[in-house]
Design a protein around this ligand. Structure first.
Ligand SMILES: *[C@@H]1O[C@H](CO)[C@@H](O)[C@H](O)[C@H]1NC(C)=O
Ligand SMILES: *[C@@H]1O[C@H](CO)[C@@H](O)[C@H](O)[C@H]1NC(C)=O
Ligand SMILES: *[C@@H]1O[C@H](CO)[C@@H](O)[C@H](O)[C@H]1NC(C)=O
Ligand SMILES: *[C@@H]1O[C@H](CO)[C@@H](O)[C@H](O)[C@H]1NC(C)=O
Ligand SMILES: *[C@@H]1O[C@H](CO)[C@@H](O)[C@H](O)[C@H]1NC(C)=O
Ligand SMILES: *[C@@H]1O[C@H](CO)[C@@H](O)[C@H](O)[C@H]1NC(C)=O
Ligand SMILES: *[C@@H]1O[C@H](CO)[C@@H](O)[C@H](O)[C@H]1NC(C)=O
Ligand SMILES: *[C@@H]1O[C@H](CO)[C@@H](O)[C@H](O)[C@H]1NC(C)=O
Ligand SMILES: [Zn+2]
Length: 468
């Protein structure tokens, strides 16, 4: 049972019965009935309230949508060929049967009551040490052009306060996240410029290790952990006011970052490891650290992360289980939504596309006996206010560090070169920066990097592979 009374249920019961009579005895009875009903079953207390109403009183902010990558994979970012205003469900390019990782358009985002969205600038790990910076810049560009093309429906947002005002004006607050540390090519200068371009989180790794942080496949067999340079990156992000996103990093790196960060962290799209033991999910001890850190885990809906049982398909109830698990362990103020639409090719039954979020909130409110009861306030926090709180705290840490100068560290060139050699590249072969003058080719065998793919897809195997 919940540790609190269902306030909304009580309110509705009270107001209805006040028409009947004004006697004090009646009022007392109402309170008793309201309390007992509220305590026994939240869904039965109100004839009008449904959980999704929370999405009209607070913005739903999703931490991770990969539509920009699909724009690259399917159209090489030619927005002239893309109609975001149309329902694309049955489109010959973007429809469900044509594209297994396409779930997003404006009409369905509106049905889904989405109020804020992190659009992800992502480039594949195969670009690491090659053209990852250029490809990331192209993705930031396409996100900005998409936002500019739909000025009545989307607004670029780069600070916490503007999320709610943008949503109040009926537009989707559109934020930019960069997914994968390989995108900054081990350069703090590039990290800072991504921030200037409007990016507000960096996922420290994608599926490949960077020379300064291990990715999730290295969970159990650490290669680099978080190096000294990796720590400096975290502190520079703290100084900038950029969210440190720990989705995709190894479990050990999650712990190491949480031990040194000066600001709360986010997981933009990760679920609970205890319920589904995929290394992309968050283990219990890390959940506990997130609570201490006052951070947030935004739950990923991907079928392969919420259900590890091959004998059945994932459903909306699996996502409910992950949200409730995290809530029960660390509280409703540390959980959010990071569905990963357009980044994966299989979503649970009941959450087929971005129009379905309201069903999830209704379902959470209609809790089963062994599930926690969600108040309207809890649901508002889950939807977006937790993320806004974390983002605001990150901005405050940045303000408190205003007297610090930008970090001027250059990554140890041996560390960088060795990492390139581990990828069978000739270290520094295509680079001309002066630090490469000092590089000495390694004579020892370097550790091989593990990679993985979060999804396989039938859209276009050559264009859309090994992602998320
Ligand atoms: C975009 O916003 C305009 C103005 O509010 C509205 O008329 C239009 O229906 C919206 N587009 C979509 C696809 O909903
Ligand atoms: C885009 O789709 C909307 C809604 O279906 C339609 O009204 C509009 O004409 C389309 N725009 C273009 C350029 O095809
Ligand atoms: C897409 O096709 C399905 C099946 O025919 C239909 O139920 C649905 O309404 C269509 N969606 C749109 C937006 O036309
Ligand atoms: C990474 O961290 C783990 C756990 O603390 C430790 O056992 C391992 O030696 C570290 N590896 C490296 C390369 O630092
Ligand atoms: C996996 O799903 C099947 C089919 O629903 C069920 O019978 C089985 O108990 C499940 N296994 C586990 C370990 O939950
Ligand atoms: C899962 O869903 C797919 C597509 O609807 C279906 O083909 C498959 O048989 C289902 N698998 C199980 C184990 O139910
Ligand atoms: C690099 O080459 C070695 C030797 O051919 C091979 O075993 C290893 O898998 C390669 N590593 C990568 C990341 O391709
Ligand atoms: C995949 O995309 C490439 C590049 O856009 C294109 O040439 C190829 O025909 C596509 N393959 C399929 C199976 O659609
Ligand atoms: Zn991802």
């Amino acid at each position: 049972m919940p540790e609190y009374v269902n306030v909304l249920g009580l309110f509705h019961t009270t107001r209805k019965t006040l028409y009947v009579g004004g006697a004090a005895i009646v009022a007392i009875l109402i309170v008793i009935i309201g309390l007992s009903v509220g305590l026994s079953n939240s869904s039965a207390t109100s004839d009008t309230y449904s959980g999704s109403q929370a999405l009209t009183t607070a913005p739903l902010i999703d931490g991770h949508n990969d539509l920009p990558y699909n724009l690259y994979a399917l159209l090489n970012n030619k927005l002239s060929e893309f109609n975001f205003s149309a329902n694309l469900e049955n489109d010959s390019v973007w429809g469900t049967t044509a594209c297994s990782s396409c779930f997003t358009d404006l009409p369905r985002l509106q049905t889904g009551k989405v109020g804020g969205q992190f659009w992800v600038a992502y480039t594949s790990c195969s670009s690491q040490y090659k053209d990852s910076v250029q490809l990331t810049l192209r993705q930031i560009d396409v996100i900005k052009r998409l936002i500019n093309n739909y000025p009545e429906n989307l607004t670029l947002v780069t600070n916490a306060a503007d999320i709610e005002t943008t949503w109040s004006s009926g537009k989707i607050a559109s934020l930019i996240g960069v997914e994968g540390g390989h995108s900054m090519d081990s350069s703090l200068a590039i990290l800072r410029l991504y921030y200037e371009l409007g990016a507000r989180y960096l996922t420290l790794t994608h599926s490949c290790n960077t020379p300064w942080a291990d990715a999730s496949p290295a969970t159990g067999s650490p290669v680099y952990n978080l190096t000294e340079f990796g720590q400096t990156i975290v502190w520079e992000m703290n100084r900038l006011g950029m969210m440190v996103d720990l989705s995709h990093v190894s479990h050990n790196v999650m712990r190491e970052v949480l031990a040194i960060t000066k600001a709360p962290v986010i997981f933009s799209h990760s679920s609970a490891y205890t319920l589904c033991d995929h290394y992309r999910n968050v283990p219990d001890d890390v959940l506990d650290l997130v609570k201490e850190n006052d951070g947030i885990v935004m739950v990923n809906f991907y079928s392969g992360f919420v259900n590890c049982n091959d004998s059945r398909n994932a459903t909306i109830d699996d996502v409910v289980d992950h949200i409730n698990y995290i809530r029960n362990r660390i509280g409703a103020t540390h959980v959010g939504i990071g569905a990963d639409y357009d980044g994966v090719s299989s979503m649970p039954t009941g959450l087929e596309d971005v129009s379905k979020y309201p069903d999830l909130f209704d379902r959470l409110y209609n809790n089963l006996d062994d599930e926690p009861s969600w108040t309207n306030e809890d649901l508002e926090n889950l939807a977006g206010r937790n993320l806004i709180r974390v983002f605001t705290a990150i901005e405050e840490v940045s303000t408190s560090l205003a007297s610090e100068s930008p970090y001027e560290d250059i990554i140890d060139i041996q560390e960088l070169g060795n990492a390139q050699e581990a990828e069978n590249l000739t270290a520094g072969a295509c680079q001309t920066a002066i630090e490469w003058n000092d590089y000495e080719q390694s004579t020892t065998t370097v550790t091989t990097i593990t990679t993985d793919a979060e999804s396989t897809t039938t859209v276009n195997a050559s264009a859309v592979s090994a992602r998320r």
